[in-house]
Structure formats: C-alpha cells, structure tokens
Design a protein around this ligand. Structure first.
Ligand SMILES: Cc1ncc(COP(=O)(O)O)c(C=O)c1O
Length: 366
C-alpha cells in the first residue's frame, strides 16, 4: 500500500503499563497508577451520581455542536460561543491544528523536551520540526523567536510544560507573544491550568483580544478527573475556530462525555479543593527531594520530574515491582529522572517509602 512517506520509521503511541497488567504480572494486591497525571481524587461527586442515572439517549447521535457545554464554558471564560472548539481530548485538537495548518514546506516550533504529540502530528503532516532545547526546564523563548521565519505556521508552548512541570512567568510569555508575527498560530497548551498556584499568573484568556493568533487548550482530563471521557476544548478567535472546525469530524465528542463535563464544570469547589491538596502534596515532593539531595523540577502541575539514582528504566521497574506505575524519563527524553503523578497523601507516603529502597540499593540513602 502507498502509506504516507512520513509514517516510515514512526511508531504508534505506546501506552504505559495498565493496573490490570501489572497486577497480573507481579501478583500484587494493590497497584497505584501515578503515570499519566490523572486526578487521584477522581471527579466531582455530582458527576458520579450523574453517570449512574439514565440521562443519556443512547440511540441518537451526540450534539455535534456541544451546545449546552459550549454555552457554559463560554460563560465561565467570558468568551463568545464561536470562540470555542471541543475535541476528543485536547489530543484531538492538537491533531486538528496540525492537520489544518501543517504541510510539506511549512515548519513548526516547539521545545524539547515537551508533550510529544506536537512533533508526532507535525511529522505525519510532513512539516519541518524545529525543536528548541529547554533551559533548566524552561522554554527558551528567545531562541523560539529566532527560529521563526516566513514558513513557520505553528508554535507550540506547553505551559506548564510536560514533563518538567515548569510554568513560564506571565510577563515573559506576554513579551514573547509580542514578538511573534500575527500569521503564526501560537498554541498555549494549558492542560494543567487548574493546578497552577503561582502568584501573579495571568489567565491567558484575557490576552485573546490583544493576540488574535493564540489558541488556548484546556482539558477535562486532569483536574476535572474525566480522562476516560475524552473532552478537551480550545479557545481562540472565531476565525481560527471556524477553520479548525473544517477538519473536525462531525460527532467527535460522545454524549456522555459532553454531559459529564457539564456536571464537572458546575462544581468549581471540587477543583479548588484539588488545587489546594495537590499544592500541599507538591510541597512534600519538593521537601522529599531536598532531604534526599535529589534534583526535582519546579512544578505547577500534578506531577513531578524527580532525579533517580542510576538508570531511569531500572528505577521504574523497581517501583513497578512495588506496585507503582510511573514513567521512566528515558521514554520522555529526560534520562536520569522519572515522572510521577502526585497522588493522595497516603499514596505519596507509600511512594516515598518505595523510592527510599532505590536509594538504599545505590548506597546513597540519607
Ligand atoms: C500537556 C498535555 N497536553 C495535552 C494532553 C492530552 O490530554 P487530553 O487529550 O486527555 O485532553 C496531555 C495529557 O497528558 C498533556 O499532558
């Protein structure tokens, strides 16, 4: 068959190990998944109640315009309804952006290391990928500006960045946006927005009028605790949204996903609670790393990138055998580190105990 040439040498997405797989493999009673930055507190109780009700008409197609969720999200952000695009997770929106704007002859700019789906989708579209190394976990925005030329179509900014967790200070990001030509779409991927506690952080939605070439990605998969339902959304200028809608499939969100997202959005007290407890637990990770003399990146998310003694794959395997699924930095482009989702207080205490065993093996326990 005549596959696109760009697919040559590419691999399908390889998910991390599942709880079921690890339970069987090691005969463990309890396995904790701290690998994909889901919400360890689940979702709002009102969502759980809704799921068990009989509220969805299964036989009819979903609302392809996501009308009711759209009006609620628009009201929450103070934007017009035509400034929103809903996707099957923000993953799908990343794909739509690449599909609509990238092609042979264009180039696209992103950090390395960052969320891999930007490069993955750009590659499929045949665009040239320009990767700018992080500096101390931060986007090197000056080098981003230098990399932009007439063929640049899309710039991807993951903020806070996955896998480092670093947040770009708002004044620096704004100064960067002022230097980007209006013909270049700047994607601000804010999947972890709800976890940010940094003082002086400016909500980028307030920049939409001054910078018509930005598009902001948010998701219900992280703090809202709805990863299984696959609902993400983009906020941008109506003209940008209209063009992306041209490449969107008609019923890309299912009815249950749209309905539970609406329920979850209504419970902002749950989100505030999760932000607060996550912040407290984040500080425990920082303290743990300091006590053990390990490097840890500053995170404004619900995950931490922490140094491990020795090889990261081996560390991940040892933690797996103790019932913790985390991500080895080798697979993320950050060898020497593992990325761990911040769990509940108890999960984190147990995780620290498991991590201690890595340090004993290396003879560097303190
Ligand atoms: C930075 C970032 N963007 C986007 C996504 C995709 O999220 P979803 O497709 O579940 O909305 C993730 C998921 O891990 C992420 O970390």
């Amino acid at each position: 068959m005549n596959w696109k040439q760009a697919l040559e040498g590419m691999n399908p997405y390889k998910p991390g190990r599942s709880i079921e797989e690890v339970t069987l493999l090691y005969g463990l009673k309890e396995v904790v998944k701290l690998a994909s930055n889901e919400n360890p507190y689940g979702c709002s109780p009102s969502v759980k109640e809704f799921i068990t009700s009989d509220a969805i008409q299964h036989e009819i197609y979903p609302d392809g315009y996501a009308s009711t969720l759209r009006s609620k999200v628009a009201a929450k952000h103070g934007v017009s309804e035509d400034a929103l695009l809903f996707g099957n997770g923000s993953d799908e929106i990343i794909m739509l952006i690449a599909r609509a704007l990238l092609d042979k002859g264009t180039n696209t700019i992103m950090a390395t290391t960052t969320f891999p789906q930007y490069a993955h989708n750009a590659k499929i579209e045949g665009a040239e990928i320009r990767q700018i190394p992080l500096q101390d976990g931060q986007h090197d925005l000056d080098s981003f500006v230098r990399a932009i030329d007439n063929e640049t179509s899309v710039v991807w900014i993951c903020n806070p960045n996955n896998p480092t967790g670093n947040l770009i200070p708002s004044d620096r990001l704004k100064a960067f946006l002022e230097q980007v030509p209006e013909t270049v779409l700047v994607v601000l991927d804010e999947a972890y927005f709800e976890y940010i506690t940094a003082a002086n952080h400016v909500d980028s939605v307030t920049w939409l009028q001054s910078f018509p070439n930005i598009i902001i990605l948010r998701t219900f998969s992280k703090a809202y605790g709805l990863a299984a339902f696959r609902v993400g959304y983009a906020i941008g200028q109506p003209e940008v949204i209209t063009n992306l809608n041209k490449v969107r499939s008609p019923f890309n969100n299912n009815s249950m996903g749209l309905a539970v997202a609406e329920q979850a959005l209504a419970d902002q007290a749950f989100i505030d609670h999760c932000r607060q407890v996550n912040h407290e637990q984040r500080q425990r990770f920082t303290q743990y790393a300091a006590d053990k003399n390990l490097h840890i990146f500053d995170s404004e998310t619900n995950f931490m990138l922490i140094e491990v003694p020795g090889d990261a794959d081996q560390a991940a395997e040892q933690l797996l055998q103790q019932g913790f699924i985390i991500r080895s930095g080798n697979a993320l482009g950050t060898p020497g580190y593992v990325r761990v989702t911040i769990g509940t207080e108890q999960q984190n205490s147990d995780f620290f105990a498991a991590f201690d065993t890595l340090l004993v093996v290396e003879g560097s326990a303190t």
